[in-house]
Design a protein around this ligand. Structure first.
Ligand SMILES: [Zn+2]
Length: 303
């Protein structure tokens, strides 16, 4: 029997039986005349030490118990942001593609479910070049998935991953990240534009340097009148320790001390400026608000 992709999407049980997460739009947000959605690329499966390795265990246990998160195993969602406004259809990050983890790489199916084809994407903007954010650039045949898109990346992020020495300096555990990023950036070298901190990359959307998770990680502030949202990428990478203890050093960050400083600053700004937060690995589609609670923060999703 011949299955079209559309038929498969209509058959959620069939998808699950095939080991694929059902495609869905997670969450939507109206910002002026623009629409911001998150679409699921699936999820990752990671050992707890990926984040928690150097954290104080007794205090950590309390934070995780309160959040209902196990110590040994993490299954973070991957939420790609879709911005539709001003005649542009923009993806912020592209997910993992077919080569990273079997639980991820579903973004094109999720887009298809809301009537957005890969060729409709006018721009792809990267927060950073880790596998779960950039490997989805290429399909099974190493062809670009978003054939009509202009690509955009922060200048420092580009310089870091383009540097041939990075594979030797990044450390053994992440050497494959360096090889994978370089290969994909080479594939789009002629279609990429670089931007810097504070630059307005589209009307009402400005780049916000949020270095530490990677050397050139960028977040994005979307502003419409008095309403604003922050696409944080992995600068705020989970809904538990990142909010409860933003100053703790996380093993998932390439420069943990700088990432902690960045995280604390972003949390403060989200509260002070009353911004909506859109996080790539935050739960239930990743859109919510940040609330201050004594000397820590909470991620709230009752918007
Ligand atoms: Zn990530």
């Amino acid at each position: 029997m011949h299955f079209t992709r559309r038929r498969l999407l209509g058959a959620g049980a069939g998808l699950t039986a095939m080991g694929l997460a059902p495609a869905r739009v997670w969450a939507e947000l109206a910002l002026g005349n623009a629409k911001v959605s998150t679409v699921s690329d699936g999820s990752l499966l990671l050992p707890g030490d990926f984040i928690f390795q150097h954290m104080p265990e007794v205090e950590l246990a309390k934070v995780l118990q309160e959040a209902g998160v196990p110590r040994d195993r993490l299954a973070p969602e991957c939420n790609v942001t879709l911005y539709q406004g001003g005649g542009n259809t923009v993806l912020f990050d592209v997910g993992s593609g077919p080569d990273f983890m079997p639980t991820a790489g579903n973004v094109t199916e999720s887009l298809d479910a809301i009537g957005v084809a890969p060729d409709d994407i006018t721009h792809v903007v990267f927060t950073h070049a880790h596998p779960d954010h950039i490997w989805g650039l290429l399909d099974d045949f190493d062809d670009p998935v978003f054939a009509n898109a202009t690509y955009m990346i922060g200048s420092d992020e580009w310089d870091y991953w383009w540097n041939p020495n990075t594979v030797d300096t990044i450390g053994e555990a992440r050497a494959a990240f360096a090889v994978g990023a370089k290969r994909r950036l080479e594939a789009i070298e002629d279609q990429i534009e670089r931007f810097d901190d504070g630059q307005e990359i589209f009307p009402g959307i400005a780049a916000v340097a949020s270095y530490g998770h990677t050397p050139g990680h960028m977040s994005f502030e979307i502003r419409s009148g008095s309403t604003s949202a922050l696409i944080a990428g992995d600068a705020i990478g989970n809904h538990h320790v990142a909010f409860h203890k933003p100053g703790w050093l996380s093993a998932s960050d390439q420069d943990p001390a700088l990432a902690a400083k960045t995280r604390a600053q972003l949390c403060d700004r989200l509260v002070t400026d009353d911004m909506t937060l859109i996080g790539f690995h935050l739960p239930n589609g990743g859109i919510g608000r940040t609330e201050k609670a004594s000397d820590s923060y909470r991620f709230i999703q009752d918007i």
